[in-house]
Design a protein around this ligand. Structure first.
Ligand code: TGC
Ligand code: FAD
Length: 390
């Protein structure tokens, strides 16, 4: 057998085809050139300068709406998309968030539920990164339970009029189009709200201690009048936004392992060079136990992501399986980052190393796209047949 490779102890690269390895290399090289040299500074400043340029570059390497077909989209496989999320989140969760929200949420909603006119109007510009999109489901008072949303859309002649608030919306302040979910007399529907529509504003949320290199916003809808063709005709009920979430959550199954991989690599490298009591700390059994456990969870998580990706490509991935992956991989990723932090000692809290940044980012990832508890309850319901949400 091939020699043991600390970067790939299970030989998982053998599961990837040349085109998949090619996507991985492209994303890794882009992130190394465009994100890694600046990310600590952006994180410290709490902003993502040049986000529009970054979006255009991500468009040019085919990372936006990757799995969608037509309208300038790449038509990539689920595994290719997963590998892109892995590499982008190995740089920073904020960059993967930009890509997830653009492709898996905003573009996916338009592609799946939009009219032909809506797709032609928005998708080519979004695939190219010329137009940024956001996805407004969460509200100040409704997070895990979106069925109770208060944002309302009422008909006025042939128009729609929207009133309400959305909260914690990634890309909100920089978006050219917002996909906004609202209650109507006919149930929950999705609306395309162009930036600049009177009554619509998207103030940025500051003072975050997580996902600092990501734009997070409130959406304020105050008598926003939209034409009849602003509604997504194919989106009917809560199952429509939840269908988009499956796709974004799948990307996070891979992405979270990128943050974990980066932290593990930092800890392993540190353990080889840092000496205490006259020898490298990697020579102590307690450090080795940590590294071994981290490697086991990291590569089990990658194997799980791979398995779910193959199922998605075969059209056989169930939402409960996505919950399985999101629950496990984000929870294990944050544990890996926290353990890596201990191996780096005091240096672990410094932005000179990526581990604390990844760990604090993962606090958001643990919560968004369905909290740990929501995914436990999804699995609990699937296992027992009992709905414990209410
Ligand atoms: P429930 O009665 O179970 O379902 C309502 C309807 O939806 C269907 N459904 C799904 N369809 C597709 N995919 C899924 N995963 C689905 N889950 C449920 C269901 O079959 C039903 O359809 P129908 O035809 O019978 O009407 O709904 P519930 O009100 O009991 O809620 C279930 C629950 C709690 C699991 C759901 O509300 C939930 O997932 N809550 C968490 C909310 C959430 O994840 N929000 C995320 C907001 S977006 C975001 O965080 C972006 S961050 C991105 C980034 O920056 O990377
Ligand atoms: P709550 O729902 O109030 O939950 C609080 C706690 O109670 C959690 O631990 C939860 O698990 C628990 N809880 C709730 N109900 C139950 C129950 N039945 N049983 C047991 N425990 C329960 N949303 C968007 O729509 N679009 C975005 O682009 C977006 N981007 C985000 C970016 C960031 C950086 C962050 C932090 C969030 C983002 N969100 C976005 C919002 C995110 O999806 C929500 O924060 C998440 O769904 C949880 O909602 P909440 O914060 O209101 O918490």
């Amino acid at each position: 057998p091939a020699p043991f490779d600390p970067d790939d102890p299970l030989g998982l690269d053998e599961l990837l085809a040349p085109d998949e390895l090619g996507v991985r290399d492209t994303m890794r090289e882009w992130a190394a050139a465009r994100i890694l040299p600046h990310i600590a500074e952006w994180y410290e400043q709490g902003r993502l300068p040049g986000i529009r340029e970054l979006a255009r570059e991500l468009g040019s390497i085919g990372a936006l709406g990757m799995t969608l077909t037509g309208y300038g989209c790449t038509g990539a496989s689920a595994v290719q998309y997963g590998l892109a999320c892995l590499e982008l989140e190995a740089a920073d969760s904020g960059i993967r968030s930009l890509v997830s929200v653009q492709g898996s949420l905003a573009m996916y909603a338009i592609h799946r539920y939009g009219s032909e006119e809506q797709r032609e109007r928005w998708l080519p510009g979004m695939a190219a990164g010329e137009i940024i999109g956001c996805f407004g489901l969460t509200e100040p008072d409704q997070g895990s339970d979106p069925a109770g949303m208060r944002t309302r859309a009422r008909r006025d002649g042939s128009d729609w009029v929207l009133d309400g608030r959305k909260m914690w919306i990634t890309n909100g302040s920089v978006a050219g189009v917002a996909v906004v979910w609202a209650g109507t007399d006919e149930g929950i529907r999705g609306f395309l709200v162009p930036a600049g529509t009177p009554g619509f504003t998207a103030p940025e949320i500051h003072h975050k201690w997580s996902l600092r290199a990501s734009v997070t916003s409130e959406l304020v809808l105050d008598g926003v009048r939209l034409p009849a063709d602003a509604v997504l005709p194919g989106a009917d009920g809560l199952r429509a936004p939840l269908g988009c979430l499956n796709h974004a959550r799948y990307g996070i199954v891979w992405g979270s392992m990128g943050a974990a991989r980066s932290s593990f690599a930092a800890a392993l490298a540190y353990s080889r060079t840092r000496e205490q009591f006259g020898r490298p700390i990697g020579g102590f059994q307690l450090t080795q136990a940590k590294l071994a456990d981290m490697a086991v969870e990291l590569h089990k998580g990658l194997l799980l992501a791979h398995h779910l990706g193959r199922r998605m490509d075969a059209g056989r991935l169930r939402p409960e399986q996505v919950s399985f992956g999101k629950l496990n991989n984000v929870r294990e990723a944050i544990e890996i980052c926290r353990t890596a932090r201990t191996i780096l000692g005091a240096n672990g809290i410094s932005l000179e190393y990526p581990v604390m940044r990844h760990a604090t980012n993962l606090e958001s990832v643990l919560t968004y796209e369905g909290t740990v508890e929501m995914h436990q309850l999804v699995l609990g319901k699937a296992l027992t047949g009992q709905d414990a949400f209410r």
